[in-house]
Structures are given as C-alpha cells and as structure tokens.
Write a protein that binds this ligand. Structure first.
Ligand code: FES
Length: 263
C-alpha cells in the first residue's frame, strides 16, 4: 500500500454536529481543514478524550470528507466511557484529533467494476471510497438488524444490496450470501467489517480470483506505529515469507491474499 503518512501533531477540531443515527451509533461532523483535505478513503483519526477514565485515544475511521468545507464525518458506536464522552459533545465544542492515520485503499486506475462489501461499523469508511471510485460500483452492506448510512450510499452506488441477519431490512443473510445470490463479480473488492465477515470475504476473493483489499481491525494504543500494540501476520507476496506488520501504520488496509487470520 502506498504511504499517506507524514509526521502529524495533535490538533483541536471543531464539532459541527453530533447526532444519533441508530441505537448507540452516532455521526459526528468535525471541522479541520488540513485533515479533511489530506484524508484518503480507509484512513482513520485518533480522537482524544478529556475524561480521566479514558487515557488512550480512540481510533475512528473517517466516513466522508467535504474538503471544500474542511469537514469530515465520523460514525462511531458508544461502547464505553470514551465514546460516551464523545456522544456528549455539542456543536461549537472542540475535540483533539490526530490524523489522518494509516494507509487508505489503493484506487487503481483502469479498474472497471468495483465490489464494495461492508459489515456493521465497518461500513462508514466505505462511503468516501464509494464516492471516489470511478467505474461501476456494486455495494453490499450487511447489518445485524438496524441499518444506517444506506441512503448516503444510494447516491454513489450503481448497485446497492442490503442484508440483515434476520431479514427485517433488505434481504436475509450474510454479505457472502448476497454476493452469491446475485452472482456479483468485479475486478477489485474492497471490504471492511467484523473479523468473522472478513474471514469469509478473503477466501471468497481467492475462490473467484478477484483481487481484494480488506481493512483490518485491532485494538490500538498509539495509532501511529510507536507502541507495537497492533501487529498482525501477513505473507510477503514477493518473498513468500511471513512478516509482522503494524495494523495502524502499515495498514489498516491490506491485500486479502497477504492477510492471515489465525494469530
Ligand atoms: Fe501503536 Fe499500532 S497502535 S503501533
């Protein structure tokens, strides 16, 4: 993956809006010109908490940028004291951020048909990607039950499929069920979602000989390569040797064929 990383420093971003869009899920729009303009789809920012109970920053992927306005949207779940604190921020407040961090998705020229596969909270960073890709875009979004961001994807997707575990919205099944049911094929697949989903997406790509890029998740400490708290095992495609990579700075996007899930 090409490096988008440069040395960055923590900065205050202004909260433009912060609203709940589903149960325990919030959408925050932040204003910070430099970060908004520099962001590539698939990158993330560190958000810093003010509360004493939450010392580590929270890595949160960037859902969408509006570089003309210097703003970026993030979507996050309230799962603890840190994210609970974020959910209390009001327009006009500031929040400290660091970013953009990590490597985004490779957007190769000449790719004609794109398959974009997201699950749950892995869906948000795929919105900016879907917006920027050129070519035919087939988007598959998988949710447990409640959906979010579906209308936003409608603006940019040529084909949009929604699946829920129980079939309460869209079709019943997993994203793999949808890919197979509709015979969805393409030249490049981009994915982000829970590990269990990615573990199925990876062999699906290999089976169908479709190049895949997947976003890996790991509990992070620093978020920029300093603490070695986020290593994952990958296979170097040239040497065929195993290597350990830092998800935060070497990823979070890796090619599906180089990822190993059993560590
Ligand atoms: Fe510190 Fe990745 S989170 S090296």
């Amino acid at each position: 993956m090409p490096s988008h990383n440069k040395l960055k420093s923590r900065a205050a971003a202004n909260v433009v809006s912060n609203i709940q869009i589903a149960t325990n899920i919030y959408e925050m729009v932040l204003h910070h010109d430099d970060v908004s303009r520099a962001t590539q789809p698939g990158q993330f920012i560190n958000l810093y908490c003010n509360g004493k109970a939450t010392l580590l920053p929270r890595p949160i992927s960037i859902c969408e940028t509006q570089s003309d306005y210097g703003t970026m949207k993030i979507v996050y779940a309230v799962v603890g004291a840190g994210t609970e604190e974020f959910s209390q921020r009001q327009p006009g407040d500031t929040v400290d951020i660091l970013g953009p961090l990590g490597h985004g998705y490779d957007m190769h020229e000449g790719v004609k048909e794109h398959i974009i596969v997201g699950g749950g909270l892995g869906i948000p960073p795929l919105l900016e990607l879907t917006k920027r890709l050129i070519g035919k875009k087939k988007v598959v979004l998988g949710f447990r039950d409640e959906t979010f961001l579906v209308d936003a994807f409608k603006h940019y997707a040529d084909e949009l499929y929604v699946a829920t575990n129980d079939g309460s919205v869209g079709e019943q099944g997993t994203v793999i069920d949808i890919l197979e049911r509709h015979h969805i094929r393409g030249d490049m697949l981009y994915s982000c979602g829970p590990k269990a989903m990615l573990e199925e997406v990876q062999p699906w790509c290999i089976q169908h000989e479709i190049e895949g890029q997947i976003s890996m998740e790991e509990r992070m400490g620093c978020g920029f390569g300093a603490c070695v708290g986020c290593v994952t095992k990958v296979k170097n495609q040239e040497t065929e040797q195993w290597e350990y990579k830092k998800i935060c700075s070497d990823g979070p996007i890796f090619y599906a064929k180089e990822v190993v899930f059993d560590v």
